[in-house]
Every structure is written in structure tokens, then in C-alpha cells.
Design a protein around this ligand. Sequence first.
Ligand SMILES: Nc1ncnc2c1ncn2[C@@H]1O[C@H](COP(=O)(O)OP(=O)(O)OP(=O)(O)O)[C@@H](O)[C@H]1O
Ligand SMILES: [Mg+2]
Length: 230
Amino acid sequence: MKSYFITATDTGVGKTTITAALAVSIKKSGIDVGIMKPVATGVLQKTGFRSSDVSVLHHATKVNDPENEVNPIFMPLPVSPYDASKILDLKFDKKIIFEQFAKLKNKHKMMLVEGIGGILTPLTRDYFVADLIKDLGLETIVVTRSTLGTLNHTMMTIKTCRDYKIPVKGILVNNYDENGGPAEKNAPTTIHEITGVPILGVIPFIRDYENLEEMVSCVEKNVDLKSLIS
Ligand SMILES: Nc1ncnc2c1ncn2[C@@H]1O[C@H](COP(=O)(O)OP(=O)(O)OP(=O)(O)O)[C@@H](O)[C@H]1O
Ligand SMILES: [Mg+2]
């Protein structure tokens, strides 16, 4: 069964929320899904997991894997991994990512791997998220916004995937507001028309979003889960 790398057009677009909801939804259909956030940066959490993303993913899926496998690299500063390693004087050793990924892949039928930032976020000066996807040998799912500006960001992301020869399974348009303006209303159709990439789903903006259960039902209703598990 295929595993996927979930990237996005930018930071804060919904990678963690959607990865967690996809994992829960796919698990419900009886498939053993593992999750990974190979590289995380951000404010060190005071309790539980070091990274808040890892905490969300772990609590949603209730996987039994140790934190150092799910998240081999954590740097406690909310900046890109390259900046964090410069500022904190930390070495970025990517070998550990492939070792831990291999272990997790052996334990689970499917892996969902959350990226960091976008496709060209620098992990080192000359090693980007796109290089990591390529080296992990994964197909990618791109999460996009639906608001004005998303066409440019989505085209750049898809073009980069093509330049790197990374297969793109599809695009998930997140935070869609059906009462939004014309740019937003047209976004899913235009993205598909120009890129030729399948739209796996359009996920509405959930007002006063509070818990993952809401997102899980949204994903179950609006995402073509069958195409991901076939
Ligand atoms: N469809 C939605 N409706 C309402 N809120 C949403 C939706 N999708 C995501 N959010 C909220 O938007 C915020 C950013 O989402 P999320 O953390 O999943 O983004 P991300 O791409 O993982 O960010 P990062 O780059 O920091 O990893 C979160 O507070 C999340 O709960
Ligand atoms: Mg995240």
C-alpha cells in the first residue's frame, strides 16, 4: 500500500490537521496507519511531546511509536530548520530520518508523513523539503488554501514537484469558504484545469474549529479516501 508525504503551499495551511484527520479516517477503515513528522521546529512544549504538531498527530492516531521515531529531528525555535540549526548551532543529520522512517514503515501498512513549511523550505543550505520527499521515495499530497493568491502558490508547488520528478497524488483544497469571493469559489476548478492534478477534496473552513472529530467528519465527507488506499 502507498504511503504519502503531505506538503503544502505554505506554513499554517493545514498539513497537521489534515494529516491527523486522514490518518484517523483511514484507520477507521481497518488500515494500520503510522504517522511521522521527520523535522519539526517551534516552541518547545512544556508537557508531553516536544513539538505541538507531533502532539496533535500522536493524540489523534494513538500510535504506539516512540517520539524519536515519529519525530527524529526537533529544533526549539519557530524558524526554518536551516535557520534553527544556524542560530542554535545544531547539526542537521538527515540520516536519522531515513533510519526511523524505515522502522516505522516496517511496523505499519501505510505511512502519512507531514512535511514542514512548503516544498522549498530549507532543511540545510542546499537540501530542501523537495529533496527529502524525493529521498524518502514518497508520493505527495499538496494542501492548498482556497483564498486569493493560492493559484500562484499552488502552481509553484506543483511545478517544483515536476522539476524534482516527485509524483503528486492530488491536491486538497483547505479552508474553503462557500460564501467567499469569486477567486475562492473558482480556485478548485482553476487549480485542476491548469495543473491537471486531481483534486482529492475540498475541505470547508470550520468556524470556531475546536476538535479533530469535526475535521475527521469533514474529511470523510469531502475527500476521496478510496483513491488513497487503493
Ligand atoms: N478547515 C479548517 N477550518 C478551520 N480551521 C482550520 C482548518 N484547517 C486548519 N485549521 C486550523 O488552522 C491552523 C493551522 O493548521 P495546521 O497546524 O494544520 O497547519 P500546518 O500546515 O500543519 O502548519 P505548520 O506549517 O505550522 O506545520 C490550526 O490552528 C488548525 O486548527
Ligand atoms: Mg503542521
